[in-house]
Design a binder for this molecule. Sequence first.
Ligand code: SF4
Length: 730
Amino acid sequence: MTQGARVTTRPGVHRREVATHCPYCALQCGMVLREATGRIEVAPRDFPTNRGGLCQKGWTAAELLDHPDRLATPLLRDRPGAPLRPASWDEALDRVAAGIRAVQDRHGPDAVAVFGGGGLTNEKAYALGKFARVALRTRHIDYNGRWCMSSAAAAGLRAFGVDRGLPFPLADLGRADTLLLVGANPAETMPPLLRHLADQRARGGQLIVIDPRLTATARQADRHLQPLPGTDLAVANAVLHVALTEGWLDRAYVADRTSGFDEVRRTVAGYWPAEVERLSGVPVADLEATARALATVDRAIILTARGAEQHAKGVDTVSAFINLALALGLPGRPGSGYGCLTGQGNGQGGREHGQKADQLPGYRRIDDPAAREHVARVWGVPADDLPGPGVPAYALLDSLGTAAGPRALLVFGSNPVVSAPRAARVESRLRALDLLVVADFVRSETADLADVVLPVAQWAEEDGTMTNLEGRVLRRRALREPPPGVRTDLAVLAGLAARLHAGALHRAPHRTDPFPTQGPAVSSGGNAAGGHGFPADPRAVFEELRRASAGGPADYAGVTWERVERDEGVFWPCPDPDGPDTPRLFTESFPTPDGRARFHPVTHRPAAEEVCAEYPLHFTTGRVLAHYQSGAQTRRVDALRRAAPEGFVELHPDLADRLGVAGGDEVRVVSRRGELRAPARLSPAIRPDTVFAPFHWPGAARANSVTNDAVDPVSGMPEFKICAVRVEKA
Ligand code: SF4
């Protein structure tokens, strides 16, 4: 379990030390964990992404390991409405297996669903996808990464033929003459990344930020464009319009390396800067200056993040920025290109190995016959036995407990009661289930609703791999074993698989073995055990993942744990253990059928919900420095809770004046779906027509009580970033 930990023991001192990475965001900062006579310390470590820096979330990450809220035993609810009570692992896993069997016997395999998370290791994401398709035979699996990077992923796939958040090493940011950040606020979400921006500035580079709020990142920019939420696409088209008018098109690049430009040219011809200024509020001078800054330098990078992507037109918005990058000839050149800043810790790897509804390992499509054959062979099952594609995360959650939807749900590494859009509705769907199982290490708000809660290991107690925002595969190393009573997620899947296997054989003894055995000997419990194709050993799972991903777009066949250790990570695709990895994509061609990148003409359309007399303000959501995602972890860390103890609503002072609200007054933000209550925080950093709330808190301050569940038609991304509200003094 604790491979790679260095142990020093001398009289009176027992010291254990391991080099690993932060458990939180996709920057995956390098850190050292030291356990000296029972106390665990975190220290930053020099790694190419963080270069010796950590944010306060990373510094305090170890506090949760021995936190009093830590779950140390499974919990069961005997009947609806009864309190959760402690139970043994055997009783809990028996109950889950029996519940799954009962639901599937009555309603069929698709009546059980799985919901994963973008923070799970590659091994867990892979095992979860396999567990859904092989052990449960359900098509219903998706994950919370659908709400993070799916729009950029879909836009990247259709333009470049592959989805890797950054197709170049992060260090390229420091080499760019111009860096355009769209809807990204790394100063609060991943502060050590600013070291790369500092490099860029020191070399005379220019930083431009597009964001409806004057964020901590925007304050550092040379130019801040502050559009109305939901108008980024029009801004991108207008910038391209200017570039074409000025003759800044990279004609040779467009002719040699792309297709589909003419239609984009015709489309953006209609995006006159003066009209886009009227629509977005961004002055013509800023649109022109942005075009000039990107087009008249040697190296320019455009990065999008959730601000641009979490819209019902998120895919088209990202496509507009990709069109701009392609027209200027940026992708594939060192120090230049387009990229997406991935958010969750394993947001990249978590979307490559089968947690997505339409996906098999290696970023293969589940509806591709050749992909099914390959993966089925690795899994030792007939390809015809693999289910087809499921549905994206919100559609899945919205269907729970309905006549046509799943009746049982297994949740790993996610807290949708806080993080899902239109969260009250999602909560009601979870309550309608026959069986809700949650694997977590604290009692999250979703675990509070569960019939069975399974206590699982934390990051410092498990080995495995993560893939960071650059597509670099990293090693997560265990410092110590999980506490007594706690199992790893892989051990949970192994235990469940063993029970489901035994049940399947019992009910149909004439059938061939429904789960092929590829792991160690069969066992139903313990962290080291596993069987029936579901080994609990992460190294064994990774070796299988390598085979399953071989030949796919995200090819890990040449990635070994030894190589990851030796080379500070390995960039996929890496098909050959003795061949090179791929830090930089697109240098010669794009992985499309004709080797060319594809332009996609896109047009502005209004948000799914526009303001009106009853709901006259725009509402947008985001993050604060001290908290991560639903806050289930960071809200329990003393220093972080002190830094940001409660939710708030950010209002422009002019708007507050109009509403008769003073700073600190409790306000209600009301949409058609619900309301949130939190103290007002007045700031000129936000537009007077827009209000903002962070989404890390549950209860009355839950921002997602208000958000819209309209989704992007291509990616399934919900429209977290804009809906119509009214604000009242509470
Ligand atoms: S949360 Fe992100 S930026 Fe902060 S220390 Fe962890 S990996 Fe680094």
